[in-house]
Ligand binder design. Structure first.
Ligand code: ITT
Length: 184
């Protein structure tokens, strides 16, 4: 099936391409104006992004983020703009500063995918990955908070794309979506 992929994040796009090789993707048109992500949950925000891009093709949109237990679940749905910083590196440094003195390092990545068809039908796939926040960033692979998020001894920034896809929130959510699409 051919989908419009309603994301501006190249890291996400890479993961969708790898995990849905049997499907085709069209990027957002240049004139696309990103909607205000003012939902209260990952699913609400993914739905807002999918519906803003709705048209002739089925649309896939995704909202995701890192939820840190000792920070009351922050940055959560605000992960892309945590602390008001513009770059991944600045947000990562800010998060580590918030974690100074915290003994509970538990965190999880969450991902919500909403797929909207031209007839209005919707598929929703949600998944998470539990891990912990390291003291010092490690790894140059991936994007966003990957150098901070440790799973089974490695950060997702140290993993290959294939290794990350096996265990990540997005990998799990995409595989679930593919199963839903196969059943249509
Ligand atoms: P779109 O809204 O255009 O899809 P975005 O980057 O703004 O792109 P989100 O609003 O969903 O996406 O914010 C997700 C943020 O959460 C993202 O920018 C990263 O900082 C972080 N994040 C999500 N998934 C991640 C992953 O697999 N690895 C590292 N960080 C991730």
């Amino acid at each position: 099936m051919k989908f419009l992929i309603a994301t501006t994040n190249m890291g996400k796009i890479r993961e969708f391409y790898t995990l849905m090789p049997e499907h085709e993707f069209e990027p957002l048109p240049i004139a696309y104006a990103p909607p205000a992500e003012d939902g209260k949950t990952f699913v609400e925000n993914a739905r807002i992004k999918a519906r803003a891009a709705a048209g002739v093709l089925p649309v896939i949109a995704e909202d995701s983020g890192l939820c840190v237990a000792a920070l009351g679940g922050a940055p959560g749905i605000f992960s892309a703009r945590y602390g008001g910083y513009r770059t991944d590196r600045e947000r990562n440094m800010y998060l580590l500063r918030q974690m100074v003195g915290k003994t509970n390092r538990a965190a999880c990545f969450e991902c919500a995918i909403v797929c909207v068809f031209p007839n209005g039908r919707e598929l929703v796939s949600v998944a998470r990955c539990n891990g912990s926040i390291v003291q010092v960033p490690r790894g140059d692979n991936g994007f966003g908070y990957d150098p901070l998020f440790e799973y089974n001894g490695s950060t997702t920034g140290e993993m290959t794309q294939g290794e990350k896809n096996l265990i990540s929130h997005r990998g799990r959510a995409i595989r679930q979506l593919v199963r839903m699409l196969d059943r249509l």
